[in-house]
Design a protein. Structure first.
Length: 250
């Protein structure tokens, strides 16, 4: 078979391989996006947990402080009962009042800490709901990927063998050229010639519509082992049988 026909055979199977791989790849990409999102939520969750831990330890510290103030007040009240003179009594009373003021300040601080904790707790609830939802999406994305992999794996290995067989018929440098064009254009490595105006002998590239010089058409007709590419879109050009016949008919 002429090179151009071998290339067309490769082109056909190459596109099938790419399309099957593409189905698996798009499922992989989707899964990766979902996993990234869940990782971002995890970071957010541990930040909020850290903040909540800090608030709770603040509350514990405040409670230790108010506890020791309370003990001190109980002790002072006993001393008050046994005060020996007015001066001592007033001094003890003043200390009690000072401690009561300090206790009040601690209580206010504790209220603020508790309010903040409650808010953080609420955020954690909301975050874990989001994690749960996202986890469901990740699970179904995993399942979808697995299903697709199973669906295509057998067909893909058959097609890959076919592709290898088709590629083996192509000279190395031409194969490199083909692969590079196919990679650049998602498998669209080749383009057919269309007849724009048969009387005027005007022919174009079906991929980009550029008019192809008559010289190139003549070369394609006479030398099917030579590669002609479109100067505009780089595709390897080929003649379909009916186009070939149409051109030859005149
Ligand atoms: Zn073109």
């Amino acid at each position: 078979m002429p090179l151009i026909d071998n290339l067309l055979a490769l082109y056909t199977v190459d596109r099938q391989v790419r399309s099957l791989r593409g189905r698996v790849e798009s499922a992989q990409i989707y899964l990766r996006v979902q996993e990234k999102q869940i990782a971002a939520i995890d970071v957010e969750q541990s930040e909020v947990q850290q903040q909540l831990k800090q608030r709770k330890s603040n509350i514990a510290l405040i409670e230790t402080e108010t506890g020791s103030i309370d003990e001190r007040i109980v002790h002072l009240r006993e001393e008050l009962n046994h005060a020996v003179n007015d001066k001592q009594y007033s001094a003890l009373l003043a200390e009690v009042n000072t401690l009561k003021e300090r206790r009040k300040a601690f209580e206010e601080e504790e209220l603020l800490e508790m309010g903040a904790s409650e808010e953080l707790q609420g955020r954690l609830t909301e975050i874990s709901e989001r994690v749960e939802e996202r986890q469901k999406v990740v699970n179904s994305a995993k399942q979808d990927l697995e299903t697709r992999e199973n669906e295509v794996s057998e067909q893909l290995s058959e097609l890959e063998e076919e592709r290898a067989a088709a590629a083996a018929l192509i000279p190395e440098s031409t194969l490199e050229q083909f692969d590079s064009i196919a990679d650049d254009f998602e498998g669209e490595a080749m383009a057919a010639i269309e007849v724009l105006d048969q009387k005027r002998k005007e022919y174009g590239c079906t991929s980009c519509s550029l008019q192809i010089p008559l010289d190139s058409i003549t070369k394609m007709l006479g030398h099917p082992d030579d590669i002609v590419t479109c100067v505009s879109c780089d595709r390897i050009l080929y003649l379909e049988n009916e186009t070939r016949e149409l051109i030859a008919s005149k």
